[in-house]
Design a protein. Structure first.
Length: 232
């Protein structure tokens, strides 16, 4: 498996914010968003055997918690649904079930919502982050109806939008929320920013938008805790 990062931390974003989790960042992405805070990492990768990963669970004393779903596995990138990455994830989860009795593993998949994939069916939660024009990607690169429909059908999927200003939310509604008839309860607004200094203002702005729309705002808790560091 080509991993750019693999570390134990706490989920800092989305619906399961605050949950202990292993982050497995896979190499490669089909997009190159201008504000991406992990591009320098996911463009690189190191070969990790499945044993490298399970040995860390054992060393950390968390294998039982992973198997019981108390510690989540967060598959992120880059883009984990790229075919090579998806195959590796599928094979690894097969190993966990067959060798380590990991029948209750809680997998979160973080995706840019541009890829159709059978991997979605294996996940307990999908954290989709459809990209807006502020990503610098063209609409034909970032708006893929087939992938959006597949994710929407997952019973525990969320659609998270990176918000820089109120116009971003207007675009999200025009491009994704209304055309794909997304459930308002599954919409998450996330303030854009990679430093603690700008987070309070960006979060207050999203709170105001939440009060206007009913959509949920979830802050970037890891930025408040660690700043823009990676691997924490």
């Amino acid at each position: 498996m080509k991993l750019s990062e693999f570390f134990y931390s706490v989920q800092g974003e989305g619906a399961t914010i605050g949950t202990p989790a292993y982050f497995l960042r896979l190499q490669g992405c089909n997009l190159n968003c201008v504000w991406c805070d992990t591009a320098e990492i996911w463009k690189k990768g190191e070969d990790k055997t499945f044993s490298d990963i399970t040995d860390k669970f054992i060393k950390d004393g968390t294998l039982a918690k992973v198997n019981d779903g108390l510690v989540h596995l967060v598959w992120t990138g880059g883009e984990p649904t790229l075919p090579r990455n998806a195959r590796d994830i599928t094979d690894f989860l097969g190993l966990m079930k067959g060798v380590y009795q990991g029948n209750h593993i809680y997998n979160e998949l973080e995706t840019n919502a541009t890829q159709e994939s059978d991997l979605y069916k294996q996940m307990q939660q999908i954290n989709a982050s459809p990209k807006l024009s502020n990503s610098g990607m063209s609409s034909h690169q970032r708006v893929i109806p087939e992938a959006m429909a597949q994710i929407k059908c997952h019973p525990n999927s969320y659609f998270k939008f990176v918000i820089q200003n109120a116009e971003d939310l207007v675009e999200a509604e025009h491009t994704y929320i209304r055309p794909f008839k997304l459930d308002p309860k599954r919409i998450i607004l996330m303030p854009e920013g990679n430093t603690p200094l700008g987070m309070p203002f960006a979060t207050r702005m999203c709170f105001d938008l939440s009060k206007q729309t009913g959509y949920r705002t979830v802050p970037r808790a890891h930025i408040f805790a660690y700043g823009g560091k990676t691997g924490v």
